[in-house]
Design a protein around this ligand. Structure first.
Ligand code: 13P
Ligand code: SF4
Length: 305
């Protein structure tokens, strides 16, 4: 990247006492400039623990909202106000209230890809990295409502053997990856291992060797001697995979798997965000308190390192 832009960003960061967090699906140049990159879980923990006054969240709105819920005393900025996650909008708090009425004894687990209002209506929050482990900690006699991603919910049900009431939400990017794409990639690269995100549909997941969150994929590739991987998730992660493993070949399962919202963040918008302190993401205190409980319960059940 242009050294002058880099100096400008570093200058602004110092002036604002800001930290830049970027999700693994962000454009490569944003991942390169970030102080921390990670999956939804890693970035939530980072947001909760940073000493910075300002968090610039290069990701989508629910991620910035999560940071604002965990750190209300900090200023959380989303460089592009229209970077949303369509899956998070697939269930409203009102719809969840109705679902709870139909299953009054069930515990509610919501995927972090959800609005603050839905988190506030839930007992537990989870990410793709810890959904299975979290559900395993819940009392075995309890029914579980899982919202909004039915694909991740199904994966959790299969792994835990629990009865799970699903909601028909999905990621419009991950469902673009088909079983045909995987079979074709396997035909061309028969020695490659298939790593798929649990947001993928069932036929894709059945063809995968491992189901992993984005940071789990990065850790797996770093620790594994295989030299070829077929990657079934949003293609932004290929940037970090290649950077961290220059001798390994990563094959995107589908070039169509691009999250348009993740790509709305640009270097110019990042600079404008730090210059003008925009666009601030806040969550009203009544909603924030409820949503924080479900996030805190998630963080509490994480294995202690
Ligand atoms: P993770 O990075 O937590 O695996 O999440 C994937 C995703 O779709 C985020 O929106
Ligand atoms: Fe939402 Fe899917 Fe984009 Fe993640 S990849 S932000 S789940 S639309």
């Amino acid at each position: 990247m242009d050294q002058r832009l880099l100096d400008k960003i570093n200058d602004l960061k110092k002036r604002r006492n800001a930290v830049i967090l970027a999700h693994n699906y962000q454009p490569g140049e944003i991942q390169d400039i970030a102080d921390f990159t990670g999956d939804s879980l890693g970035l939530s923990v980072k947001a909760a623990n940073t000493a910075a006054d300002v968090i610039v969240f290069c990701g989508v709105k629910f991620m910035a909202e999560t940071a604002a819920i965990l750190s209300p005393e900090k200023t959380v900025l989303l460089p592009e106000p229209h970077a949303g996650c369509p899956m998070a909008e697939m269930i409203t708090a009102e719809q969840l209230r109705e679902l709870k009425k139909d299953h009054p004894a069930a515990l509610v687990v919501c995927y972090v890809n959800s609005t603050a209002e839905v988190k506030a209506q839930s007992d537990y929050c989870c990410t793709s990295a810890n959904a299975v482990d979290l559900v395993r900690t819940l009392p075995p006699e309890k029914q579980i409502i899982f919202v909004p991603d039915n694909h991740l919910g199904r994966h959790v049900a299969e792994q835990t053997g629990r009865e799970i009431i699903l909601w028909p939400g999905y990621c419009a990017t991950h469902v673009l990856i088909t079983d045909h794409d995987i079979l074709e990639a396997k035909r061309r690269y028969p020695d490659a291992l298939v790593l798929a995100h649990p947001e993928c549909n069932e036929p894709v997941k059945q063809l995968a060797d491992h189901l992993l969150s984005t940071s789990q994929m990065l850790a797996f590739a770093a620790d594994n001697p295989e030299k070829q991987f077929i990657i079934a998730t949003e293609i932004g992660i290929i940037h970090s995979l290649e950077k961290q493993n220059p001798d390994t070949h990563f094959i995107p399962a589908s070039e169509r798997a691009v999250c348009a919202n993740m790509k709305k963040i640009t270097i110019d918008k990042l600079i404008a965000s730090l210059e003008d302190m925009k666009y601030r993401v806040t969550v009203g205190e009544d909603i924030r308190a409820g949503a924080k409980k479900s996030l805190d319960r998630m963080i509490e059940v994480l294995p202690k390192k």
